[in-house]
Design a protein around this ligand. Structure first.
Ligand code: 13P
Length: 254
């Protein structure tokens, strides 16, 4: 389902949720019907993808990572084809928690993104600088290099690609960059995407992620080139997540 023009609000549940969380997924799904101008999705832990797809009719359902290979001796890993088979529409790749805690390189992330597109999944590719990189004035250079190294170069790119700008220092901290800094970074990301993909790069959605909450969502989503949000903590309850979806919807109404 390509709805490139609509704001895209995605919940990344990370390693949270057992079957009891399906109630939240159902509540999110029911409410999403009231916001047809917002594209809503959740990325539950892999154990819940199939059940979430089964419980939800409207929202997108995605993985949080995939392996670059289709199958094989990779204990503990899950391929893009398996995510697709379980009912996923998309997968996140290159989240900073994967890059940092699992040592994923730009080349790894690129291979994963290409595998996901090859399996017919949408991709949300995450990039973002650390606090020391920002303090050193290197944020745009770092993010530009991440994009160059990790953006997929295969059929299906960039139509099914979204990029999520997630400053590492804003994830789970309650701190967010200024509107000016978000605008500058998203503008730089757009320029890089156009350099990489030509015209198609102009349509890639660029999401902001990092401490998005109900009370800052409207301001962040109104920034030029911010096409949606990747939400961690505030996506774990339907109530707080739907407040963000509602902020995206009222923005559209303005
Ligand atoms: P928080 O919204 O909890 O800061 O997490 C952001 C994130 O990492 C989403 O992928």
């Amino acid at each position: 389902m390509e709805m490139a023009g609509l704001p895209y609000i995605v919940g990344n549940w990370k390693m949270n949720g057992t079957r009891a969380m399906l109630n939240e997924a159902r509540a999110i799904d029911r409410a999403a019907a009231r916001f047809p101008k917002v594209q809503v999705a959740v990325a539950p832990p892999a154990t819940l993808i199939y059940r979430t797809r089964d419980a939800a009719a409207i929202i997108g359902v995605g993985g949080q990572d995939c392996h670059a290979e289709e199958s094989g001796a990779f204990t503990g890993d899950i391929s893009a084809q398996m995510l697709k088979d379980a009912g996923a529409d998309f997968t996140i790749v290159g989240h900073s928690e994967r890059r940092t805690l699992h040592g994923e390189s730009d080349a790894d992330v690129k291979a994963k993104a290409e595998a996901a597109l090859g399996a017919g999944l949408g991709v949300i590719l995450c990039v973002g600088e650390t606090e020391s990189q920002r303090d050193a004035g290197e944020a745009e250079t770092v993010v530009g290099a991440q994009l160059e190294g990790s953006c997929p170069r295969v059929d299906g790119a960039p139509e099914k690609l979204s990029v999520a700008y997630e400053p590492v220092w804003a994830i789970g901290t309650g701190r967010v960059p200024s509107v000016e800094d978000v605008a500058a970074m998203h503008k730089a990301i757009r320029a890089k995407l156009v350099a990489l993909y030509g015209e198609g790069g102009a349509d890639v959605r660029i999401l902001y992620g990092g401490s998005v909450k109900a009370d800052n969502a409207a301001e962040l989503l109104a920034v030029p080139e911010v096409g949606g949000a990747l939400v961690g903590g505030a996506s774990l309850s339907a109530e707080s997540f739907l407040a963000i979806v509602g902020a995206a919807a009222s923005l559209d109404a303005d």
